[in-house]
Design a protein around this ligand. Sequence first.
Ligand code: SF4
Length: 395
Amino acid sequence: MTRAERALDRIHSGVAPSRDEAVSLLGVSDARLPELLGAASAVRDRGRGRRITFSKKVFVPLTTLCRDYCGYCTFRRDPGEPGAHTLTPEEVIALVQAGARLGAKEALFSLGDRPEALFPEHRAFLRVMGHRTTLGYLRQICELVLKESPLLPHANPGLMGERDLARLREVNVSMGLMLETTSERLLRPAMAHHRAPDKVPTRRLRTLALAGKLQIPFTTGILIGIGETLEERVDSLFAIKDLHERFGHIQEVIVQNFRAKPRIPMAHHPEPSAGEMLRTVAVARLCLGGSVNVQAPPNLAGDLYPALLHAGLNDWGGISPLTVDHINPEAPWPLIGALRRATEAAGFELRERLAIYPEYASRPEFLAEGLRPRVQALLDGDGCVRTDYERWRQW
Ligand code: SF4
């Protein structure tokens, strides 16, 4: 009997995998893969039932400038490059109001990390806007979105200190930072994070812990296939599990797969296979347990995406009715109708959630007081978006 087979036997008797068992499960044979997926699905069904959620969002790329140079990134730009841009308040408002007219509830802010540390042009832009930091500008913009639209901000601005987190908490219903990996090795020359000072794992873990201390519902996850070993992948999942056990604030864990794209330094790096993605989602579910929300973006899985339902996920993430995925612009979102049909055909119910998950929306300590009435007005008894929200469309 192989180590993976022994691990499967233990999981069937209700035991969560150890680190070494999780590593072996990532290498389970094709013949035993259905068993792994079945075990992960059973844990999901016991913890989360047969409901799959998604959030209707507008993607707001506040600035494409970034001081890091991750080897897989197609989003970042230097000043002067085509596509280098920082959105003005007017541009953001036009975007979120258009999204609101299409029924979006979430304004997902994605932006480069600390561009002001590298680019004088960006410092000059911020000065004109009355700020010294991008995070200060972001806070002002989130406040404006709340004032000028019905959307609820969810910001992913990179590393943050305690003060910035506390200030952003007042104007965000949840926030996020992908851990990506705990591998220090990937900081070495020619590796994915060589020129990315904000991808030092201890610094990312610190932001995640501070968010926990401040009781911010937090999104994080792993990025697979960027050069990490299977052991490092499992270590990253266990680091997230540890944070959640300490603070209880990890509202969702994303398993995101690397995609090769023409203009990135890792253009010729192999992408994780469909089987690898299925194994990783299943192992994430088994390591994290049944109650944690596990998500994989359907637009990065091609035709495979309905199969991910059988690996134990319970959320499809944010789906935009308006904007492209600026991080993966080559990968279109599935239409919500198609997503619903595929989800229901596999025997699940699809429900819309807010950027704050139901179990956090019902706990006042996880949401700034000023945001609670807006959140509650949108929810039904299950904590999902009520279906009679016509008034939103009239904004
Ligand atoms: S992945 Fe994020 S931190 Fe890395 S270069 Fe792209 S925008 Fe910057």
